[in-house]
Design a protein around this ligand. Structure first.
Ligand code: SF4
Ligand code: MG
Length: 354
């Protein structure tokens, strides 16, 4: 895989008075260049915190405590004479969360959109001014150039008569149009990576389908990477090239979308897929749901984080050993002791739960 972003051994913990929440607890995966990666998991799986870690946007009392996030940026300077396509590697975890370096990356190289557009749009400024401001901050254009580019991106995201919408305030737009305006702002500087955190969850089904189509189309036309966070496997089926399944701050498995849907290996992925209502059946008729509850954040299970709910639980093994990464095929990782040489793992981990 041609990696745009590499996440290695990432741990992001929250230090509260009641104890430490290991929201992200040792996560490894790659965001490929020019593809859509879906990160799927229930709430509390650490997907949003992983995304926020990539932009150094973790709020106190949270902090990245271990691991590396490497951004392999391809130079695309607009000035002449520069060699196009040269790649430089930036270590985001080494950057000061309030420093210049990461602020330059946010918005220009890596942009983020959310479920609630008003997280990124200001209610007291017009759509046009907000988009133009982002452009003027990051691109070498004058005011007129910024205006033209704002009209262009609004048109690109399917906002009709964009020239007339520049002066609109967010509250004057419908929910779907506001979502499009937020995407336009994120795309204004042609980022390498768009991180989308459940951006369609609050929308009705039709608008959701339109926005997913739009993101898919933009991803292909602009050749950008998308990291799409969702708990909805229907959305994953719709837009993913690659999939990372997360559970309790760890990766359960990862692979391309066909492998995950047609040949799931991890008991958690299998349970998730079984819990999706079958075509033609209502949610009430779902045949199976995952038994048990997601453990309380302060009461992380020892050993495999899924062992309290797993149908294949092996007593004395799954509650003692932390499943290591097993590479079962190219670009295919599973973290489950069913796929490990248990004696070797026991030896490596000294038989002690961590
Ligand atoms: Fe289940 Fe054990 Fe695999 Fe964890 S390691 S998913 S408990 S079989
Ligand atoms: Mg979330």
């Amino acid at each position: 895989t041609d990696a745009l972003v590499e996440i290695k051994g990432l741990k992001t913990h929250f230090f509260t008075d009641e104890g430490t929440v290991r929201a992200v607890n040792g996560v490894d995966f790659v965001i490929p260049r020019g593809k859509t990666l879906c990160v799927v998991g229930e709430s509390g799986s650490g997907k949003s915190i992983t995304a926020r870690s990539i932009l150094q946007l973790v709020d106190a009392p949270g902090r990245i405590v271990a691991g590396e996030i490497l951004y392999h940026r391809r130079r695309k300077d607009r000035c002449q004479g520069s060699r196009d396509g040269e790649v430089e590697t930036l270590n985001i975890t080494k950057m000061d969360p309030r420093g210049k370096e990461i602020r330059r990356i946010r918005g220009k190289d890596i942009a983020m959109i959310f479920q609630e557009p008003m997280t990124s749009l200001s209610p007291v400024h017009t759509i046009g001014n907000q988009i133009m401001e982002a452009i003027l901050l990051h691109l070498p254009v004058d005011k007129q150039g910024a205006r033209e580019r704002a009209v262009e991106v609004l048109r690109r995201v399917g906002i009709p008569k964009p020239e007339t919408r520049l002066g609109a305030y967010p509250f004057q737009l419908s929910g779907g149009m506001r979502q499009r305006a937020m995407i336009a702002m994120a795309l204004a500087c042609e980022p390498d990576l768009l991180i989308a955190d459940e951006p369609t969850t609050a929308l009705d089904v039709t608008t959701q389908a339109n926005i997913l189509d739009l993101i898919r189309e933009l991803q292909q036309d602009l050749g950008m990477s998308v990291m799409f966070i969702t708990h909805d496997l229907g959305v994953v089926a719709e837009i993913a090239d690659d999939v990372v399944v997360m559970y309790l701050g760890t990766v359960a498995e990862r692979g391309d979308v066909d492998a995950i849907f047609h040949d799931p290996k991890h008991p958690y992925t299998r349970a998730l897929l079984r819990s999706v209502p079958k075509m033609g059946l209502g949610a009430r008729d779902r045949l199976d749901s995952i038994r048990g509850m997601v453990p309380h954040p302060f009461a992380r299970p020892s050993g495999c984080p899924f062992h309290t709910r797993c149908d294949s639980f092996m007593p004395g093994t799954c509650d003692r050993l932390v499943p290591p990464r097993e590479r079962i095929a190219e670009d295919r990782d599973v973290y489950c002791l069913l796929y490990s040489d248990i004696e070797k793992v026991r030896e490596a981990q000294g038989g002690v739960a961590r």
